[in-house]
Design a protein around this ligand. Structure first.
Ligand SMILES: Nc1nc2c(c(=O)[nH]1)N[C@H]1C(S)=C(S)[C@@H](COP(=O)(O)OP(=O)(O)OC[C@H]3O[C@@H](n4cnc5c(=O)[nH]c(N)nc54)[C@H](O)[C@@H]3O)O[C@H]1N2
Ligand SMILES: Nc1nc2c(c(=O)[nH]1)N[C@H]1C(S)=C(S)[C@@H](COP(=O)(O)OP(=O)(O)OC[C@H]3O[C@@H](n4cnc5c(=O)[nH]c(N)nc54)[C@H](O)[C@@H]3O)O[C@H]1N2
Ligand code: SF4
Ligand SMILES: [Mo]
Length: 814
């Protein structure tokens, strides 16, 4: 390639385009305003020149003939496929008028702002919703079952989220003297070699393996990491909590846990009342001296806890209360109650999971669990990284609690090579993830009270800023407690990927008065909108990206027709909806977001990425010891007790079981033997394809060539039982419906499970109803129900339902 007139733009990937959670540094080669090549930036500390197929295929994406390039207005009925090009001014005027009418008649909360997975538009959709006045930003997956539940669970009992340490907070990475290579890493329900999810990369784990890390894989499927693991625990889907409890059982009963961490940093010594079975709270304690000060003694006269008016601090320096055993405590009312410790209760719960019972639940041999647990516990340091299959368990919080207890009790939290507490680089936060307050937020708390799910679910009140999806869908039909009349859809493939039971979603969309969608392509979902706006790829915009580290800029490299960056679209409308909107220009907004870094946006753009210096409080390690995690600056964790909570204060307050435990998911052979009789195979869905991001990219030739058809993976024995050959089309069916997928016969899945690809529609087919790009042919979500969220409103059974299979054309089994 001649480099004449070629301009190289250094920038950062974040979705629109590759479709990603993002963060790779890239070099965009631009000639005469066109992208001629994209390659990994060898100087970027994270990807070090590596890049995925989807980013490499950007040259086929940018000018794809199907791309939306002008705003469209629907002129036929919803689904009829009749559209008219309009100007941006017309589009903005129309949206402003329609949405203001709904706001006036029904209130701002009756417009839902629907988004998909976390990418560049996260902050901007919130900005728009909040400027409009609606708290209802909805991550459109049942039970918010991706990422949010893991984060909110960690907030609940640990105060902050954490991830595996691959030296990502240091520009020199593995070479940094503070960093340690973990001896063991558990890759838990995580297909990270294909996914680079949640701001992490599979190649980091490979880097660690090259440096000596041994892998334990917890996965029903033979993934890249399972096939290279020292221990592969091939569990029955949805039984992870039982497995983790079994591992805790080994840890505790073989005395493989870290006593110092337990005593000093967990709430193990805290007291529980035997009469109520609940925590002994400050209000129960005996008053002494000043009005706000209470002290608790045990029956031997030792002080156990003190309440200083703001919080109870246990474990006073001069007291080392016994970790277990009964004791009598005198309460404020003068009565005496018997108490035991949290540690007693925790161990009792763990002892409910002896390994033979765990084997029965999980189908993993007890011996294997024991070996893996011992290996993890004896490795120093060791880390665990979990994937989205965790969120896709309705009892997601107790499951996260069990797994987190593993890293806490082995002293692997907030240490080099272990699970490191995540903080945003420089604390520059654009918008709220659970537990983080960003620059973009609702103006006053009262506006939040009517957010869907706030009344019903503790985590939505306390940590999530999202509307609960399953309740929102119901509310569209019932109109209770208030009507929902409009939807703004930006990055959510409601009918083709993120929505479960998509036919019901279609009915819901049809009920709405007004829908605006912003996308790069026409999809089955956008066919139901009234206006569709053409969005830009990451190469066509300026942006700012702060998701843990680094702090990065996205730098505009080119322009395509009339496509506009999401941030510009939302900014324009935010100004129209909110007369007091704070910012004049988009760069003002970016400046405000990155202010804590001390840089202006222009300065960040020069650098492209910036990692805070090692002494910065947002950089690990041992921040719980240094008082860098809690708002009051005291040592400990950001929880109600300042400790890692083995027994959760929040969960007790929310009326939910505060200890980790296993709950059988709703649609398994164990919970529904009646359904299993007819639908004997476990249906798992949505293992990622390296060629696609969810429902995207089916129209990109290089990517479609890599993975041309919707596949279902079937074990050879199961396939032969059903007379199915590799590459033959099969029906996958259950009580909700059926869809047609191509058999990939492979021992990669166990005999008792099939794995169906998700997100399928066919851009090459007609977009009009009834075809709707063939979305009803192969979209596996037609077999998955809404409304099975867990008791705290989170989680959904996407990875464990039931089905039967048979060859297309074969006589249907009844
Ligand atoms: N190429 C590509 N990358 C992506 C995406 C994409 O669509 N394409 N999507 C992005 C998004 S939004 C997300 S959330 C992430 C997800 O990234 P991952 O968390 O890596 O998600 P999956 O590919 O679903 O992999 C989950 C793994 O869990 C296993 N599994 C299934 N059920 C269970 C179970 O019950 N227990 C256990 N322990 N394991 C189970 C599956 O076999 C699979 O190996 O990927 C992101 N990255
Ligand atoms: N059966 C099953 N279903 C699943 C899953 C599973 O494991 N199994 N995984 C679920 C998970 S974890 C998630 S997060 C969801 C993801 O679901 P979605 O986030 O809905 O998935 P996508 O198909 O990536 O994106 C939806 C639309 O957004 C558009 N888009 C992409 N980037 C941009 C952008 O920057 N701006 C604008 N305006 N539009 C953009 C795309 O063109 C696409 O039409 O899917 C879920 N669906
Ligand atoms: S999808 Fe992942 S590997 Fe590809 S560009 Fe985005 S962050 Fe990088
Ligand atoms: Mo996701």
């Amino acid at each position: 390639m001649s480099n004449e007139n070629v301009q190289i733009v250094r920038t950062t990937t974040w979705s629109a385009g590759p479709g990603c959670h993002g963060g790779c540094g890239v070099l965009a080669y631009i000639k005469d305003g066109e992208l001629i090549k994209l390659e990994g930036d060898p100087d970027h500390p994270w990807n070090q020149g590596r890049l995925c197929a989807r980013a490499l295929a950007m040259t086929q994406y940018i000018r794809h003939p199907n791309r939306l390039t002008r705003p469209l207005k629907r002129v036929g009925k919803r689904g009829e496929g009749k559209w008219k090009e309009i100007s941006w001014d017309e589009a903005f005027d129309l949206i402003e008028k329609k949405m203001k009418t709904i706001r006036k008649e029904y209130g701002p909360e009756s417009v839902i702002f629907s988004m998909g997975t976390g990418r560049d538009i996260g902050p901007w959709i919130c900005m728009l919703a909040y400027a409009f006045g609606s708290p209802n930003v909805m991550f459109s997956l049942s039970g918010s079952a991706c990422y949010g539940p893991r984060i909110s669970a960690c907030n609940t009992f640990q105060g902050n989220y954490c991830v595996f340490d691959a030296g990502q907070w240091f520009p020199d990475r593995y070479e940094n003297p503070k960093f340690k290579v973990p001896e063991c890493m558990i890759v838990w329900g995580y297909n990270i070699a294909a996914t680079c999810p949640d701001n992490l990369f599979g190649h980091w784990i490979i880097d660690l393996m090259k440096r000596g890390t041994k892998i334990i894989s917890v996965d029903p499927r033979l993934t890249w990491f399972s096939s290279r693991a020292k221990h592969w625990l091939q569990l029955r889907p949805g039984t992870d909590a039982a497995l983790a409890m079994g591992m805790l059982n080994v840890l505790i009963n073989e005395d493989l846990y870290d006593h110092e961490f337990l005593e000093k940093w967990t709430n193990a010594p805290h007291l529980m009342r035997e009469d109520t079975g609940k925590l002994l709270r400050e209000s129960h304690l005996r008053e002494e001296g000043s009005e706000n000060k209470f002290v608790v003694w045990d029956d031997t006269g030792r002080r156990l806890a003190i309440w200083d008016g703001s919080q109870v601090s246990y474990n006073l320096p001069d007291v080392n209360p016994a970790l277990s055993g009964r004791r009598e405590v005198t309460l404020a009312d003068g009565n005496t109650v018997s108490c035991h410790t949290v540690w007693d209760a925790f161990r009792e719960e763990v002892n409910n999971y002896p390994l033979d019972k765990v084997e029965e639940i999980t189908w993993v041999p007890a011996k294997d669990i024991q070996k893996a647990a011992r290996f993890y516990a004896k490795s120093k340091p060791a880390s665990i990284q979990w994937g989205v299959s965790i969120d896709m368990t309705p009892a997601v919080t107790p499951l996260c609690h069990a797994i987190s207890s593993l890293w806490a009790l082995t002293g692997n939290l907030d240490v080099p090579g272990g699970n490191v507490i995540t903080r945003f680089a420089y604390d520059a936060v654009a918008y709220a993830l659970p537990g983080a307050d960003g620059v973009i937020r609702l103006r006053n708390k009262e506006q939040d009270a009517c957010r869907v799910g706030v009344k019903e679910y503790g985590p939505y009140r306390t940590f999530h800023w999202r509307a609960q999806t399953d309740l929102t869908l119901e509310q569209i039909f019932t109109g209770k407690p208030y009507p929902i009349k409009g939807m703004w859809i930006q990055t959510a493939g409601i009918l083709n990927g993120i929505g479960l039971d998509p036919k019901r979603w279609r009915e819901a969309l049809k009920k709405l008065d007004f829908i605006a969608a912003v996308d790069l392509f026409m999809t089955p979902t956008t066919q139901y909108a009234d206006v569709v706006l053409p969005a830009a790829t990451f190469l066509e915009k300026d942006g700012v990206r702060s998701w843990w580290v680094p702090l990065q800029s996205i730098n505009k490299a080119l322009k395509v027709e009339e496509c506009r960056p999401d941030v510009e679209i939302n900014f324009e409308l935010a100004k129209r909806f909110d007369p007091d909107f704070k910012y004049e220009t988009i760069h003002d907004l970016f400046d405000d977001i990155i202010k804590p870094s001390g840089m202006t946006y222009k300065e960040l753009q020069e650098k492209v990425w910036s990692i805070p210096p090692e002494e910065h409080p947002t950089v690990p390690y041992f921040r719980h010891e240094k008082g860098q995690l809690r708002p009051d600056g005291k040592p400990g964790f950001k929880t109600p007790t300042g400790k890692f909570e083995l027994y959760s204060t929040y969960r007790e307050d929310w009326g939910l079981d505060p200890l980790p435990h296993h709950e059988e998911p709703p649609l398994t052979p164990v919970s529904r033997p009646d359904l299993a009789e007819k639908y004997p195979l476990i249906l798992s869905t949505g293992r990622r394809s390296p060629a696609y991001f969810h429902s995207e990219h089916r129209m990109i030739p290089w990517l479609r060539q890599l993975d041309p058809d919707p596949v279902v993976e079937i074990h050879p024995e199961t396939a032969s039982e059903h007379g199915i050959g590799n590459g033959e089309w099969v029906w996958v069916e259950n009580w909700m419906g059926k869809c047609r997928l191509k058999a990939k016969v492979s021992p990669i899945v166990p005999r008792w499970m099939v794995m169906a690809a998700h997100g399928w529609w066919f851009p090459e087919k007609s977009g009009k109803e009834p075809s709707l790009y063939g979305v009803w042919e192969s979209n596996i979500n037609q077999l998955l129900p809404m409304g099975h969220q867990g008791k705290d409103g989170q989680g959904a059974p996407l990875k464990h339902s039931l089905c039967k299979i048979y060859k297309v054309g074969a006589k249907e089994e009844s």
